[in-house]
Design a protein. Structure first.
Length: 187
C-alpha cells in the first residue's frame, strides 16, 4: 500500500513533565487527534522522519495536547519542538467543500482576478489562533507577503489547474504599512 502523507500540524512546545506536546493543528477540525493514530514526524533540525502513535490527545484552546506511546518524559520530547507532523491521507476524513490539505495549496500559482496575470506562488499556509494565512512569494522577487486566507481575497482555488485567484491584492498591499510576515505569526 502506498501512503500519501499530509501535514496536519506543528509541534510548538512542551506541556508538563510527562512528555506531552503542544501542537498547532493545520486545520480547524483536528480529527486526527485521537489515541492509536499513527503519525510521522519530520524533525525540524535534521529533516529525518520518525514514527509515533498517539497515546493521549485533548484540545486546549487553539492547540492540541498530545502524548506519544513510549515517550517517558519531557526530556525525551524537547528536541521535537518545531517539528512538523504528518498523517497518512487514507486514515483521515476527506476535506469538506472549500477545505484543502495544506500541502495541496503549497506551490499553487496566485493569479490576479482582474487580468489573470501571475502574481506569485504560495509558499506556506500559516495558522494563528484559529485563522489561516497564505504566505505568498511575490512574482519575480524574493519578497513574501502573508494574506488572510478568506473568500474576500481568494475567491477561487483550482487544484486541477494549480491556481488560486486573488482579488484586491494591490489594495491589500497598499493598506499594509507593516506587512504581516511569517515570523510575526510565529510569535
Amino acid at each position: 500500500m502506498n501512503e500519501r502523507l499530509v501535514r496536519i500540524g506543528k509541534i510548538v512546545g512542551c506541556h508538563g513533565v510527562r512528555g506531552d506536546l503542544k501542537v498547532r493543528p493545520a486545520s480547524d477540525d483536528p480529527a486526527w487527534a485521537k489515541p492509536r493514530q499513527k503519525l510521522t514526524l519530520k524533525h525540524v533540525k535534521t529533516g529525518e522522519h520518525q514514527h509515533f502513535t498517539i497515546k493521549t490527545a485533548r484540545e486546549q484552546g487553539p492547540l492540541i495536547i498530545i502524548g506519544f506511546e513510549g515517550v517517558p518524559d519531557r526530556n525525551a520530547v524537547e528536541p521535537l519542538v518545531g517539528s512538523t507532523l504528518f498523517a497518512d491521507i487514507a486514515e483521515l476524513p476527506l476535506p469538506k467543500a472549500d477545505e484543502f490539505w495544506v500541502d495541496d495549496l503549497i506551490g499553487l500559482n496566485v493569479v490576479d482576478a482582474e487580468n489573470g496575470r501571475k502574481r506569485g506562488v504560495i509558499k506556506d499556509l500559516l495558522s494563528s489562533t484559529g485563522s489561516d494565512f497564505l504566505e505568498i512569494q511575490i512574482e519575480e522577487t524574493e519578497q513574501t507577503v502573508v494574506i488572510p486566507f478568506i473568500d474576500r481575497f481568494f475567491p477561487k482555488v483550482d487544484l486541477e489547474n494549480r491556481t488560486v485567484t486573488i482579488d484586491l491584492l494591490s489594495d491589500f498591499l497598499e493598506m499594509s504599512t507593516a506587512p504581516v510576515t511569517a515570523e510575526r505569526l510565529e510569535q
